[in-house]
Every structure is written in structure tokens, then in C-alpha cells.
Design a protein around this ligand. Structure first.
Ligand SMILES: O=C(O)[C@@H](CO)OP(=O)(O)O
Length: 345
């Protein structure tokens, strides 16, 4: 399979492969962290320790406390509380829009560069696509390109809540960024930055031109650095190493929020998101290395009964899109429609 396949084109392949893995083999209570070989060609992303759902719920109830005030419904606008009738929550994944170094074809990794104008437009377009999907909490990497993408996308959201970055890097930062109005908190969405969601650290390749590096070290070598599962670039992280930290963070901090009824958006990077998708879709090491994510295209998953169901990419602001096919999301959109009719009349 070509490594240049888009997510959309690999989608049918992946769905086909995933369907081969029976639901019973997908163990919702397992904690995947490590890839190992089952036969010479396939290695499955599988578990290192058992996970207990009640433990997750306990963690969820602890971790969601500090954000509860930011997540409660407002007086005038429909509440994002349809999860009370259903245990289903939405998970949106979005790779940042094009960065200045994407445009220059440079290895970027953990270097903190902003979006290009095209990247800004992609983020706004992504925001339109997800403008009808409930979002209660946002996780981003600690890098500006992911944070810009999340913020620009949220400006398009019909619910018009204000995304607020939570500064937890020190007690002082936490204390100095407090909000003292409950009403204002009600109209906000917490944004939690985490370095664990950063792009894979590209070591000594960071800042080098991809084309020139291929000419210098050979196409094959550079392809191996970029798209093998467990071979790191010089002094950098392999995809496997990136997955270790990104998936651990997802399991410990994001999954409990979903289990507690919060709708989550993650704005991150090509390789940290590939790692998370590998976990969600139970991709093999072979499948994940062929997975390419376009910049600024949001992907939707539904989390229900401890399982993740892929819904693809919402189509657009005016089209129903695959996301409308769950009853709960359709109801949420209907409430938004009703509230905008009230505002307009
Ligand atoms: O340069 C990077 O940080 C990444 C993502 O842009 O590149 P690659 O696609 O080679 O993993």
C-alpha cells in the first residue's frame, strides 16, 4: 500500500481490516500500550495491563471536578447536557492546519511554529464542519499550531462558548488565570494543553528540508525515519515512542472525561494523532504507518459503552454529514437550530 494514501482513501481499507477484528477481540477493558509481533507480517497494538471501568469512572469523577463549573448549562442557550439521557459522547480529532514549516517542507517535530494563512483558513473550515457537534472540553498539544487550530475552529462553533486555556504550569499561573464569574464560566470551554500530545520529536532532523535530507541520506533511509513504526530518526522519537506517551495520556486524562459524559476535541499533530487512532481503531503497526492525516480535517468518533465508533469526517456546516446519524447529535443540532430561530425572530 502506498504511504502517500490520504486518510479518506485508507478509510475503507482500515474499516475492512478492523471488521476482521471481531468485537469480542476488542477488549474495552484492556489498556493498549505496546505493539508485538503475532506473525511475521502483522503486529497488533495490544495491551500491557488490564483496565477497570469503575476505576476509570472514579478517576473521571475526580478529574472533572475542577471543570464542572465551566461545563454547566447557561440560562438562555440550550444546555450541552443531552449526555444525561444517553451514555454516548463525541470525540473530535483534528490535526493542526498547515504550519509555516509544513509549507517549507521542513521537519518540524517539537519546534513551535505558527500556522500559515492557508493553515488559518483550514482551521476555520474545520470549525465550520464541527460547528454542530457538542464540545465540553478541548485538549491540545503544548505547541502553538495545535492551539491556534483549536481556537480558530471554536470561533466557528454555533454554541459560541469561549475557549479558555487552562494554565496549570505553576500554582501562580493557575491562580493568576482564574475566572470569578460563574456565568462567564458557564459560557466557556476549558482548553487543556499537554506536551504528551506534541508532535513526535524529530531529533537531529528538526529544521532540515525533507527533500534535501532524502537527497543526502537516500530516499529509503529517510522514508524509514519518517514512516517506520519503531525506528527513530537520529536522537529523535520513533512513532512507537510517541505512541507510548500520547496513548498513555489519552487513557489517563481524556478517556475518563468521555466516560464521565464530556464531549471532547483534541487538536494535535500528524504523529500523536496517528498514535491515538491506532489505539482507537486497533490498527496494526503495518496499518498505522500507511495512515496519513490531512491538515485541518476533523475526524469524529462516538464513545459508547467503553467502545469507540469511527464516524469519519463531518462533511460541512450545512450538510447532515455522518455525525448526524446518531440520535443524540441530531438532537443537539436541533436545539441549536431552535435557539438561533429564537434569536433571529
Ligand atoms: O515534520 C514533522 O514534524 C512531521 C509532520 O509534519 O513530518 P512527517 O510527516 O514526516 O512525520
Amino acid at each position: 500500500m502506498s504511504t502517500a494514501m490520504s486518510y479518506q482513501s485508507i478509510y475503507s481499507f482500515v474499516s475492512h481490516q478492523s471488521s476482521k477484528i471481531s468485537q469480542s477481540s476488542r477488549q474495552p477493558l484492556l489498556l493498549p500500550t505496546k505493539c508485538f509481533k503475532i506473525d511475521s507480517s502483522l503486529c497488533y497494538y495490544t495491551s500491557r495491563r488490564k483496565r477497570n471501568l469503575s476505576k476509570i469512572k472514579a478517576i473521571a469523577s475526580q478529574t472533572s471536578v475542577s471543570y464542572n463549573t465551566l461545563l454547566s448549562p447557561s440560562k438562555n442557550i440550550p444546555p450541552d447536557n443531552s449526555h444525561k439521557k444517553s451514555n454516548e459522547t463525541a470525540l473530535i480529532l483534528i490535526r493542526h492546519g498547515e504550519s509555516l514549516w509544513n509549507a517549507k517542507n521542513l521537519f518540524t517535530g517539537c519546534v513551535d511554529v505558527p500556522l500559515t494563512e492557508k493553515g488559518v483558513e483550514e482551521a476555520i473550515e474545520a470549525g465550520k464542519r464541527i460547528s454542530n457537534i457538542p464540545i465540553d472540553v478541548i485538549f491540545t498539544s503544548s505547541l502553538i499550531r495545535a492551539q491556534m487550530t483549536a481556537m480558530l475552529a471554536m470561533i466557528q462553533h454555533r454554541r459560541k462558548k469561549v475557549p479558555i486555556i487552562l494554565h496549570n504550569e505553576s500554582d501562580q499561573a493557575k491562580s493568576w488565570s482564574q475566572v470569578f464569574s460563574e456565568e462567564t464560566k458557564d459560557q466557556s470551554v476549558p482548553v487543556i494543553p499537554a506536551w504528551q500530545l506534541n508532535e513526535r520529536m524529530y531529533g537531529e532532523l528538526q529544521g532540515l528540508n525533507k527533500q534535501e535530507t532524502a537527497e543526502r541520506y537516500g530516499k529509503q533511509q529517510v522514508h524509514e525515519w519518517r514512516r517506520s513504526y519503531d525506528i527513530p530518526p537520529p536522537k529523535g522519537e520513533s512513532l512507537e515512542m510517541c505512541a507510548e506517551r500520547a496513548v498513555a495520556y489519552f487513557e489517563e486524562n481524556i478517556e475518563p472525561k468521555l466516560a464521565a459524559g464530556k464531549n471532547v476535541m483534541i487538536a494535535a499533530h500528524g504523529n500523536s494523532l496517528r498514535s491515538i487512532i491506532m489505539y482507537l481503531d486497533k490498527l496494526t503497526c503495518k496499518e498505522v504507518i500507511s495512515l496519513e492525516l490531512s491538515t485541518g480535517i476533523p475526524l469524529l468518533y462516538i464513545f459508547k459503552d467503553g467502545k469507540f465508533m469511527k464516524r469519519g469526517s463531518p462533511v460541512g456546516p450545512t450538510e447532515a454529514g455522518v455525525y448526524a446519524y446518531t440520535k443524540r447529535l441530531a438532537q443537539y443540532r436541533q436545539k441549536l437550530d431552535e435557539s438561533s430561530e429564537v434569536i433571529c425572530s
